[in-house]
Design a protein around this ligand. Sequence first.
Ligand code: NAD
Length: 493
Amino acid sequence: MKHYQLFIDGQWCDPASNEWFDTMNPYSGEVWAHIPRGNAQDIDRAVMAAGRALREGPWAKMTPSQRGKLMRRLGDLVAENADRLAEIEVRDNGKLLAEMGGQLRYHSEWWYYFGGLADKIEGAVVPIDKPEMMAWTTQQPVGVVAALTAWNSPLLFVAWKCAPAIAAGCTVIIKPSEFTSASTLEFVELTREAGFPDGVFNVVTGFGTETGAQLVSHPGVSKVTFTGSDAAGAAVYQAAAKTMKRVSLELGGKSPNIVFEDANLEAALAGVVSGIFAATGQTCIAGSRLLVQNSIREEFVARLIEMARTAKIGDPMLPDVNIGPITTPPQFEKVLNYISIAKAEGARCVLGGRRAAGEGLAEGLFVEPTIFVDVKNDMRIAQEEVFGPILSVIGFDTEEEAIGIGNNVVYGLAAGVWTRDVARALRMTRALEVGTVWVNTYRAVSYMMPFGGIKRSGLGRESGQAAMQDFLEHKSVWISTSDAIPGNPFVLR
Ligand code: NAD
C-alpha cells in the first residue's frame, strides 16, 4: 500500500490534519494508496511558498532562457518515466493503458513547446503621440497560479495548465482530483529532479469542496485554472471573483458529431465510435450526440451497432481491451441513472443500457456501450453531459437543421463534421458555436493548437501560443524625457 505525502516548498510533508483517504482501482475495486487530506493550513503554507518563489529566490532571478532549459529537462524526465506514470494513471482512473500511455508519451511536448516560448515573451515600444515621452509595454507573470484538475486525464491537464504558467514565470499549486491524485504526486518529484527551485511547484491533495475551495479563495493566489464540471466551475468562478482572481475554466460538453450522407461512411463510423466509446465516454469532448442525415440514418446506425458491439470490455491494462471501467462510484451511478432517464423520456435503447457483466467484470464499474435512438434534442439525455459511453442519435434532413440542433445546447466545446463537400465543411466550421471543430476526424489535440470552450463549456484557451496570455499581465511604462514643468498639474498629460 502506497502512502503519499504533500509536496510543499520542495519538501515532502504530512498533511496538517494528519488524515489520509483511500484511492481505489476502478477495475479491481481495490484500495491501493492513501492520499493526504490537505486543509487550510497546508494551502496557506503552499501559497506562501509559491509567493516567495515568485518574488524572491532563484526562480525570480532566473533568466527566461534558464527557465526554458529547466522545462525541457522536465520534458525529458517525463518521457523517461512515461510508461511508469501511465500505469499509475490506469490504476487510478481505469482508462486504457493504450490511451494513457499515448498521453504520457505525448505529455513532454508541452514542456518542450512552452519551454521554447519562455524566452520569447516580448514587450513593445509604442510610438507614443507625446513627443516628450518614451513608452513601452512589458509582460510579467500573473502571479501564484492554482491549477485544479479533473480525474479523466490528470497529467495531461497538469501539462496543459502548468507548462504555459511556468513558461510565463509563475509558480503553481496543483490540486488534483481526489479520485486520481497519485500520478500528480509522482510527477512532481520529477520537477525536483529537473532542478526547479523550491516553491515553484507544489501539490496539495484533498477534496474539492474542502481543499479545492480553500485554494481558490486564498488571497495569495492570483490566477485559477480549472478543469472539471460546469457546476464546480461556476462555484470556482464565484469564489475567485471575491478577490478578483483571473480565471480559466475548461468545463463539460455535449458535442455533436454530424454525419452527412456524402461522408466517407467508414471513416465516420470509426470517428463516431472513437468520439463516444473511447475513454469509456469519460472525456469532455465526447461526441455524445450523433446527428445523422435521415437519408442514411438507418443503415448508419445499424453499422454503428455492429461495430460498437464488438468492443471488448475488461481490464484496461490489456492491449486488446477497448472499454475500461467508469472511474468513480458516483460517476458510475450517474451514468446508470442517465440510462433510466433516457428510457423514461421515450428514447429507445438499441445497444447496451446496463451494467456490463461477464468474466472479470464483477468487481469493476463497467457500463455497456449504449446507443439510444428516437432521441429529441430537448430531452435531458440530449442536453446534459453524461460523461459515460452513452450515445444519443438524432436525425436531420438539411444542413440548417443540423446546425440548429448542433448549437441548441448550453455547451460549446467541440463538434465533428463528416462530409466530402468542402464548401459545406467550411460553412459548418463557421456556423457551429464551439471552441473546436473537427472535419473528417475527431478527438485530435496538440500542444500547438488552442483548446477550450464557449458558452457553458468555459473560459480561456489551453495549448498553443494563445495559452501564454492567460498567465501574463501587461505593464505599461512611461518615461518623460523632458525637464519642462507641465503648465496645469490638474489636467491629464
Ligand atoms: P469536478 O468538477 O467534480 O472536479 C474537478 C476538480 O475540481 C477536482 O480537483 C475537484 O476536487 C475540484 N473541485 C470540485 N468542486 C470544487 C469547488 N467547489 N471548489 C474548488 N475545487 C473544486 O469534475 P470531475 O468529475 O473531476 O471531472 C469531470 C468533469 O470535467 C466533466 O464535466 C468534464 O466534462 C470536465 N472536463 C473538462 C475538460 C475540458 O478540458 N474542457 C477536460 C476533462 C474534463
